[in-house]
Design a protein around this ligand. Sequence first.
Ligand code: PEP
Ligand code: MG
Length: 323
Amino acid sequence: QKAEWATLKTAKSITADGKHFTIAANIGTPKDLDGVLANGAEAVGLYRSEFLYMDSAELPTEDDQFEAYKQVLETMSPKQVVVRTMDIGGDKHLPYLPLPEEQNPFLGYRAIRISLDRDDIFRTQLRALLRASAYGKLGIMFPMIATIAEFEAAKKIFEEEKAKLVADGVKIGDDIELGMMMEIPAAAVLADQFAKHVDFFSIGTNDLIGYTMAADRGNERVSYLYQPYNPSILRLVKHIIDAAHKEGKWAGMCGEAAGDPVMVPILLGMGLDEYSMSASSVLKVRSLMKKLSTEDMKKLADKAVNESESNDDNIKLVEEFTK
Ligand code: PEP
Ligand code: MG
């Protein structure tokens, strides 16, 4: 197995019937790039920028952020890097940015909700990203988008900062993609409409499963409800992918499920374009993909979505289709 994985490091991610999909890696800091390169990921599908804020004693300056983003973009170029704007709140806190006490932090002031409210912080981050875009292929996505109005508000601020930098003669990449995390059920249900506004979707299953099942994975009493293969979750995921494709956009997944050997066969059958996972899973998933044919996986996905009644049904179904 080790020998096989070694040959896969420089290989593309191809299915048994010759279809190419992108296997990307998730990172938290530029230090994680070593693992990304060592495992031959084809892109960075999620750079969790909040770690820049969490590892700092005060708000990181525009220049601090620029240096970090530039380093990641340069190292990965010409491969794409998708940076997610700050996702603070929920379980992530900043000592220098006191957040209000809330009864339900996961349903509260978090991520894009903070960024749109504190647009001083948001503009600084976007300017750093725009300046760094000259050094590679940048994608930017917004976390915890619930409504089209939020996406459009974030995009408007992005366009304003871009126009200012262009007016100042700053060099900016000409192919920046603007997308969103799909991790709130309300957005997933309206994916067909969102797809007209975005360049891409990245499905955040960690939150999408939690919010859809109304179950916190960290709470042992209800962890049995944390069901990635529940047909309800799979229907949302399929709807998101189909909606993107109908508008000629791409769909990725950057939650844990993207690197899960039970989920990957189903996702291949649904035509998910990009699989972003921890770097240590890249070769395992590339090896798995090589053994699967998309035609068979389409049949699997169809049954998983339309006939199965439970998470367990789908675990058995994947076993049957992949043995
Ligand atoms: C997710 O929700 O699936 C995700 C990738 O974001 P995070 O785990 O950082 O909330
Ligand atoms: Mg999330």
